[in-house]
Design a protein around this ligand. Structure first.
Ligand code: ATP
Ligand code: MG
Length: 395
């Protein structure tokens, strides 16, 4: 493909590939600008469903015009190969960024606010993303977030649109629904909302759940819902609350725990209802962490204090310095005792009793006895791989 001309584009180099396509850097020979071209893999080009999904991606995304959404320039077909021409981004995906650990809080809030703003714009145009995940969020060299791949998005039926829907439009909707094969949960498993994992109808709040899982990972460097199999991840998404982010990263503002937990509410009625609400809360976290920083900043003294008040000023400054040092010492003491506190975590969920827990020497496995009354009677021996493995009976 490299060096070839595709319509009026010259393909220059490969940028990467994913589940749905291969992406190349190319030059638009008509306009003389660089673009990114996304092709379906050759074997998928013959797939009618994939073709339709791609066409939909282009259509949904091209209706959006926002600084934090990757701009779509064109959707075309060349020699039987469909492709999308889009804004060429320079930088790396959030997934690549997160490989080196969590982001500093200020960066997290800045990028998070931009993404929330982009989702707000898309949702108010009736477009859902349906596959928000770190691989679909690009961070440019200039530090801007850009959402990629509105590939699995479909228009949200607004009340007005529903009122105007006629039977033929409904038929199209049903046909479109089958593109992602009925009952199969589309999107990426680890970032799916509970309703998506259950194969239910999605709405903007489903994107907000996925975005909550992305925020969790930005804050901690760890996925909110992990596991080796789809079933284990689904179970975590449906039934378990992730450990609060401050537990992994004590430097995070405590309010961020609440924001992320609200985005990750399993019941969508309890979740943020709009991206705008989530954006406002991220801004509040920013404001309160800034004002906390201001409180510890000592105001600079006037350059030339009049002689008479100089000794008072020096004594005052010494007093302030002592107070600040004392405060810092107390804060450090508080934090070091905090981290030593015991944390309870439920490791088993049987309805009968579990006793005699023992960890393997490397701390990665737990074994225990389970039975209706293991305190006095016999029980079965179980082993569980920590943290998320399913308990397995061994006798
Ligand atoms: P999925 O198919 O589930 O979206 P993915 O997001 O991992 O999977 P692609 O969307 O095909 O994969 O993207 C592949 C890679 O191409 C991305 O990881 C990114 O590095 C690069 N890429 C995609 N779009 C652009 C773009 N507009 N500009 C620059 N690089 C891009
Ligand atoms: Mg992608």
């Amino acid at each position: 493909m490299i060096g070839q001309s595709v319509s009026h584009y010259r393909v220059l180099e490969s940028l990467g590939s994913g589940g749905m396509g291969v992406v190349y850097k190319a030059r638009d020979e008509n306009l003389g600008r660089l673009v990114a071209l996304k092709f379906l893999p050759p074997e998928m080009a013959k797939d009618h469903q994939a073709m339709e999904r791609m066409r939909r991606e282009a259509r949904s995304a091209s209706s959006l015009n926002h600084p934090h959404i990757c701009t779509i320039y064109d959707f075309d077909e060349y020699d039987g190969q469909p492709f999308i021409a889009m804004e060429l981004l320079e930088g790396e995906t959030l997934q690549q960024m997160l490989a080196s650990g969590p982001l500093p809080t200020e960066r997290l809030i800045e990028l998070g606010t931009q993404i929330a703003d982009a989702l707000d714009a898309a949702h108010s145009k009736g477009v859902l993303h349906r596959d928000i995940k770190p691989a679909n969020i690009f961070v440019t060299d200039r530090g801007h977030a850009k959402i990629l791949d509105f590939g699995l998005a479909k228009p949200v039926p607004t009340r007005q649109a529903l009122a105007q829907t006629d039977v033929s439009a409904l038929a199209t909707d049903i046909a479109e629904e089958h593109l992602t094969s009925p009952g199969s949960a589309v999107g990426t498993v680890a970032y799916m909302a509970p309703e998506q994992a259950r194969g239910l109808e999605l709405d903007p709040r489903s994107d907000l759940f996925s975005f909550g899982a992305v925020l969790y990972e930005m804050a901690t460097g760890r996925p909110a819902f992990a596991g080796n199999t789809v079933a284990v991840i689904h179970d975590a998404i449906l039934n378990r609350d992730p450990v609060p982010p401050t537990n992994w990263n004590p430097d995070l503002p405590a309010e961020l725990d609440r924001v992320i937990a609200t985005a990750l509410e399993k019941d969508r009625e309890m979740r943020y209802q709009t991206a705008a609400e989530l954006r406002a809360d991220l801004k509040r976290v920013k404001r309160s962490s800034e004002s906390a920083a201001r409180i510890v900043t000592v105001a600079p003294a006037p350059r030339r204090p009049p002689r008479r008040i100089l000794p008072i000023a020096i004594a005052g400054a010494l007093g302030v310095a002592l107070l600040v040092l004392g405060g810092l010492w107390l804060a450090r003491r508080a934090r070091s005792t905090d981290t030593k506190q015991t944390r309870w975590e439920q490791l088993t969920r049987f309805t009968d009793s579990v006793t005699s827990p023992a960890f393997s020497p490397d701390g990665r496995m737990l074994n225990f006895l389970r039975g209706p009354n293991t305190f006095t009677g016999p029980g079965q021996i179980y082993v569980k791989l920590l943290p998320e493995g399913d308990p397995v009976q061994v006798n």
